[in-house]
Structures are given as C-alpha cells and as structure tokens.
Design a protein around this ligand. Structure first.
Ligand code: GLV
Length: 320
C-alpha cells in the first residue's frame, strides 16, 4: 500500500504528480485560504507524511493526533511554525527547503532596501496622485546606497548573498552572527562586529537571522536608539525579531529614517496596523522567495523530502 500524505495547500500539479507516483495524496485544494486547524487536526490522524507551509502551526496538540506520522515537510527554509522538540520526542522527522531560495530572497532584500532608501513607492504615489508639478532640487530625495555601510544581522546563506550584492555597490559590509565566520570574511570581505556597534555604524541594518527564543524582540527600543537618524532598517526574516511597537515609535519620532518590512509578527498584517500609516515604511506581504522558479524549486525540494521521509530514506534537509 502506498504511504498516505496530506498537502495543506494547492501546489503546482507537476509536484502533486511527482508525489502521487509514490504516495496516496490528499490536498487542501485552496490557494488563498489556509486549511482550518480543525480540519488539519482530523487529516493528520492517519497520514504518514505532511507537506505544509509556514502558515500551519505544527505543535504538540497536532502531533499527538498523528499516530503514523513519519515526516513533516515544510515548504520554507524557516521552521519557527514547528515545535521541533515535540516532533523529536515523537520521532517525527522535520524537513525544510534551504539553499534554493537564497538568491531570490537576497534579491528581494536588496529590492526592498533600494525601494525604501530611494522612496520608490512614495514617489510613484506622488506621481499617480497628480502631485508632480515640477522638478525640484530636494523633492523626494532619499539615501544613497553606493559606498554606504550595511550591517547584516545573521550571516547565513541569505546574509552572504546580500553581502555579495552589497559589495557590488561598493558598500562597507559589517555583520553580526552567533558565530564569527572567518571564511566568509576572507571570501567576501565582511567585518564582524558586536550588535550594538553594527547598529551604531550602519546606514542600512538588514535582519536575516532565524526566528527563535533567542531572537524574539532582538531589535527593540534600546537597539533602535543606537541607530543613526538617517538609517534604514530592512527585515526579510521574521516579524517577531523586530518589536513592531518600538519600530513604529522610532519611525514616527524620526529616530530612524525608514524601514522596509516583508514580514510581520502576525500575518497577514491587519490593515489598521500602525506601521501602515507611516509614509517612510515600505511594506510587502512576505514575498522574499516569491519568484516562479524558486517557488517551484521549493515545492520540488519539499516533495523530495516528503517522499524520502515516508519511504524510510533519510531526507536531504532534516532540521536538527
Ligand atoms: C520563508 O519565509 C521561508 O522561510 O522560506
């Protein structure tokens, strides 16, 4: 009998077929609506493998409902939606999709940095709203990117890819990471500094660290107070790493210059969220890895991990 798997969102047909070649597949057929928790709690009961997204919370309650579950394949590199310890204790393998989304997410991070510092969305609205009367010396002026100092918080794969892009703009690249990375320093030419120093010296602070107990509110009132009044904060990691109330206050009071945010504490973000009222914030709906090619690669990798997990092989990307 084929192993039974459940896919929590509509994914491309070619990927479904790949999984169907090995597994008996059931899928939540919606693209824009996540599976309700009560339905997932029943679906999990008799499956061998789960293909899920970062919108599903995989916790002790869910896992305790799963009698046969061998693997949870998360179609994301981040896995803060999953209780890894609870899964370990139950012998359930957790997998993610690192590598394939690195360059695409670095591109988006840089796009957000450029859009924020050069006020692209504000400028576009200015034109569309009929406010453009003439060319004027200081109209819609922003911050320069070339030769500026960028501080990358979290020098993993995506951090490195952003650093390489920054070098192309002749930027000075500082980084802070749990462990210093001499090989990256030599290869790309980046400089390790303590977090407070990074915040004080950077024109752009880019958050790319994983979300964990250690990084909740890593950037809050105290940290924001170290930043330059001309500095821009970019977060393409996870919402909870930057305290949103502190960020709102810092932006409103012009303690920092602008922010570019692809991720929020609660997603989707509510339209009455205070950050959305500020002109110096560029907001995006968590699209870091959203290129057609990359999302396909992520789905394919998640499918490979799932198939290996349910057929008693070791998946290539097990989260330890
Ligand atoms: C997206 O945020 C991911 O973790 O892949």
């Amino acid at each position: 009998m084929k192993p039974k798997v459940f896919i929590t969102r509509k994914i491309p047909q070619e990927i479904v077929e790949k999984i169907e070649a090995v597994c008996s597949v059931e899928m939540w057929e919606q693209e824009e609506i996540p599976i309700p928790r009560e339905i997932l709690l029943t679906k999990i009961q008799d499956i061998d493998g789960l293909f899920c997204l970062l919108t599903e919370t995989i916790d002790e309650e869910l896992l305790s409902n799963a009698k046969n579950l061998k693997v949870v394949s998360n179609m994301a590199v981040g896995y803060n939606n999953i209780d890894i310890e609870a899964a370990k204790q139950r012998g359930v393998i957790i997998t993610n999709t690192p590598g394939v989304l690195t360059e695409t997410t670095a591109d988006l991070t840089f796009a957000l940095l450029m859009a924020t510092s050069r006020r692209l969305f504000e400028a576009s609205s200015y034109l569309r709203n009929g406010e453009w009367r003439t060319w004027s010396p200081m109209q819609l002026t922003g911050q320069d990117i070339f030769e500026a100092t960028i501080g990358i918080v979290g020098m993993g794969r995506i951090g490195e890819a952003v650093a390489r892009r920054a070098k192309g703009f002749d930027m000075k690249v500082l980084y802070h990471n749990r462990n210093q990375k001499p090989e990256v320093e030599d290869m790309i030419g980046v400089e390790y500094v303590e977090l407070d120093q990074l915040l004080q010296q950077s024109d752009f602070v880019v958050i790319l660290t994983p979300y964990s107990k250690e990084t909740v509110d890593l950037i809050s009132e105290r940290e924001l107070s170290f930043m330059k009044p001309t500095a821009v904060l970019i977060n393409t990691a996870r919402g909870g790493i930057v305290n949103e109330e502190a960020l709102y206050n810092a932006l409103r009071d012009k303690k920092i210059w602008a922010a570019g945010i692809d991720v929020f504490e609660t997603e989707p973000v509510q339209l009455d969220h205070p950050l959305l009222t500020l002109p110096n914030v560029v907001v995006l709906p968590h699209i870091g890895s959203a290129s057609i090619k990359t999302r396909l690669k992520m789905a394919e990798l998640a499918a490979d991990n799932l198939i290996k997990g349910v057929t008693n092989q070791t998946p290539d990307h097990v989260v330890e």
